[in-house]
Structures are given as C-alpha cells and as structure tokens.
Design a protein around this ligand. Structure first.
Ligand code: ZN
Length: 303
C-alpha cells in the first residue's frame, strides 16, 4: 500500500511541476516553490546555529578518497556509497573505451578511480579538517551539503541526492551530549512551529550485512541515535526528517582531533533533511503554498 501512496504523491508533485523527473528514480529537479520552502525552513536552522555562534564551513559534495577510507563507511554502508571514476588512458585506451561503448557493453570497467567519493553525509568533510588540538570548550560547526546515497526508490522522500543541513559539536562528552539533546528539543519545536506533528524515536543507521545487525543493536542499546519522524506517504511508517547522533570518540579518534591533554574529542551531529522536511510540509499543507496558513507562510518567510 505504501508504495502506491509514494508513487501517487510523486505523480502529484511532478504534475504540479514542483519536482522535475530525470528518468532516474530519486534524482529530481526542484522548482522555485520547492526551493522557497527549503530556504524558509533552512532559515530556522540557521537562526539557532547563529545563536550558538556556530562556525560556518562549506565543502563541495565530495570527500577525499583517503578520508572516506579512514571513515569506516566502506565497512558499514558499502551499499550506499558513490565512488567517482574517470578516464585516464591514452589514445589507444580511448579507442578501446569507445569500442566497448559502441558495442553496448559496460564501458565503466575501463575507468579509473579518482581522489574523490560522493559525500555521504554533510558532516564527513568536517572531521578531517579539525585534525589537531581543539579548545576544552569545544567547537560547533555549521555545514550544508548535497549528499549521495545509492538507494533508488519510487518514494519521493528517498532521494539519491539531497541536502542535509548539519550542526556538529566537537568537545567533551557532556558538552556534545547536551548539544545533541538541546537540538532534539529545538527540532521538535521548530517542526511544531510550521504546523507539523513530529515525534522523536530511538534509531539506528542502515549498517550492511550480518555484522551490521550487531552494530545497529549496539547503537540502539547505547542511545546513540535519535530521529524526528513525520508521516509523508504513510502514517504507519513515518519518514525520518531529522537525526541526532552521538558518535562518542569515533571520529575524534579516527581523525586525530584531541584536547591539549591528549584525550580524544567526542562528537555529535544533528542533521535536517531539507528535501524530506519540504515534502512533509507539502503533504501536510497542500501543494499550493499560497493557501498555507498565513502564520506558517510568515514563519517560513514565503511572503
Ligand atoms: Zn553527521
């Protein structure tokens, strides 16, 4: 049933020209209407980040292959990654590439890996950048990026390329946990302020394979990940629209982020899925934003 509801909602969004199809599931164009909602909600996240004096960092939507390999992503989520390859051969290799292409065969086998991999989460480029000593009071970084996850789906809320606005806290364990918990409260009140009915729940990442099941259980047992959920195409299976993650010293240890005394920094990140939030709002209030309640239009700066 829910697949039918997903297909129907996507059909509506395309018919109203709010999204534009590309022919690949989960890869769509966005209209001015869609972007105005993205910008409006993003403005609310920015307001809180400013209150925290978060430092702004922006990266292109890639991570270096070296840092990607260091991050354990290949071990945990190989099914979601996107590696960038290109052609580096000579003229003879080029002829060979074209011959393969013209024969309708898989020419991608003739490519060579580059130094970059598509960004899997907005916070990933931040940790290697902070390598070294950080002050005892910690740091807060504000980062936005398009992220790639290879999970083609008819669900408009499961895009392969989407934007995530994250705030990352690097510091002592108490500080980063308090940061995550306060953002969870902020998140719930932000969503209520735009007429949504969010709820939060314990969650786990989609770790791959049998070993992954154990990782997921551990993550839940230790209360490391929370999500805020909202129905988009299914009330029984609401969609995660924001996530609140405590990584303990995982990234601090991997990327050499530590305090003066040599102890590893702890990190937490909070992420708002801008496309999913926009879709939740469109589903809740209707596809014509001009008919949305005046107060919500004002909160999202749609006037
Ligand atoms: Zn993150």
């Amino acid at each position: 049933m829910s697949e039918e509801a997903q297909a129907a909602f996507l059909e509506e969004l395309l018919a109203e020209k709010i999204l534009f199809a590309t022919g690949v599931p989960g890869v769509v164009g966005r209209s001015a209407t869609f972007e105005s909602i993205v910008d409006g909600f993003d403005g609310l996240v920015k307001k809180f980040a400013k209150q925290d004096r978060a430092e702004i960092m922006r990266f292109p939507p890639v991570v270096t292959r070296t840092n990607f390999e260091k991050s354990d992503y290949l071990r945990s989520f190989p099914q979601l990654m996107g590696s960038i390859h290109t052609f580096v051969g000579n003229e003879r290799d080029h002829m060979d590439l074209l011959k393969t292409f013209e024969a309708g065969e898989d020419w991608s086998k003739k490519l060579t890996k580059t130094d970059v991999v598509l960004c899997p989460a907005a916070c990933y480029p931040v940790y290697p950048t902070l390598k070294g000593i950080i002050p005892d009071e910690g740091r807060i970084i504000d980062v936005i990026s398009y992220c790639f996850r290879h999970e083609p789906s008819p669900d408009p809320a499961r895009m392969q390329l989407f934007r995530m606005h994250e705030n990352v806290c690097i510091g002592k364990p108490e500080k980063v946990q308090a940061f995550r918990d306060s953002w969870l409260e902020r998140g719930l009140s932000m969503f209520r302020s735009v007429g949504l009915e969010p709820h939060s729940d314990l969650a786990n990442d989609p770790f791959f394979g049998r070993a992954g099941k154990m990782l997921a259980v551990n993550q839940r047992d230790q209360n490391l990940k929370f999500e805020i959920l909202h129905p988009i195409t299914s009330v029984e299976k609401p969609t995660a629209i924001a996530s609140f993650n405590y990584h303990q010293d995982h990234f601090g240890h991997l990327f050499g982020i530590h305090f003066e005394d040599g102890s590893d920094a702890h990190t937490a990140c909070v992420g708002f899925g801008l496309e999913r939030i926009t879709l939740a709002l469109l589903k809740k209030h209707g596809l014509d934003t001009k008919k949305w309640p005046a107060e919500i239009r004002k909160t999202l700066d749609l006037d």
